[in-house]
Design a protein. Structure first.
Length: 221
């Protein structure tokens, strides 16, 4: 495929981003089915909750030229999402790229493949998600193939530039802002009610009675 370089997406909606930083991400799993990345794609570095806009990058298996370009133009709140074309041998993301991202205020990085320099990445502290680690790295071949801010795939999820990237120790969600905006208020309300529910469990009340599951089974019988 030829080079495909597009404009950066629109900025994050500040109000929605703040709500997403507050919500417990697994609560969103009560309302959504789409957008959940392969559970093997896990956080390798960083401890902070990740909320940011996707800046999508597609590279070839061995050439990270496009990623180096992207790392120099991202800004605060951006999450670089790297599609490696299915490669699981080479690491395009290591100490230098992650420092470049962090120095520009990026929120994190997600690679649909591997990372390297794991000790250095953990020292930087930027949230980095990958399938694993390897000392075998990509090179700067300058191959005329790759894209910036074009649609990609990551963790089995289609990703467009400007989608919202949510990540924590449980895994990753990548979805359009409007889809998340449609469920965020209900999810926050659920989070607010959960402490009272847990307290009732410790008071001896059955979970099925509190959630209505037991009544549903009675009706089904």
């Amino acid at each position: 495929m030829p080079l495909d370089i597009r404009e950066l997406p629109a900025p994050l909606d500040a109000e929605l981003a703040e709500k997403l930083r507050t919500v417990d991400f697994p609560t969103l799993g009560h309302y959504l089915e789409e957008g959940f990345c392969d559970p093997l794609l896990q956080r390798m570095a960083g401890t902070a909750k990740l909320v940011g806009r996707a800046v999508t990058v597609r590279i070839t298996a061995t050439d990270s030229t496009m990623l180096h370009h992207a790392a120099g133009i991202v800004g605060p709140g951006d999450v670089v999402v790297v599609d490696c074309g299915g490669d699981r041998r080479h690491a395009p993301l290591g100490e230098v790229v992650v420092n470049a991202l962090a120095s520009r205020g990026a929120a994190g990085a997600v690679v649909d493949g591997l990372c390297t320099d794991i000790d250095a990445l953990r020292e930087v502290g930027l949230p980095v998600f990958a399938y694993g680690r390897t000392p075998l790295t990509t090179k700067l071949h300058g191959i005329a193939d790759g894209s910036l801010c074009a649609p990609v795939s990551c963790g089995g999820v289609p990703v467009s530039a400007g989608d919202l990237v949510l990540g924590d120790a449980n895994g990753l969600i990548i979805a359009p802002a409007e889809r998340l905006a449609a469920v965020i208020d209900e999810a926050l309300a659920d989070d607010a009610e959960e402490p009272a529910l847990v307290a009732e469990l410790w008071d001896g009340k059955p979970l099925g009675s509190l959630t209505g599951a037991t009544e549903s089974l009675h009706r089904l019988r």
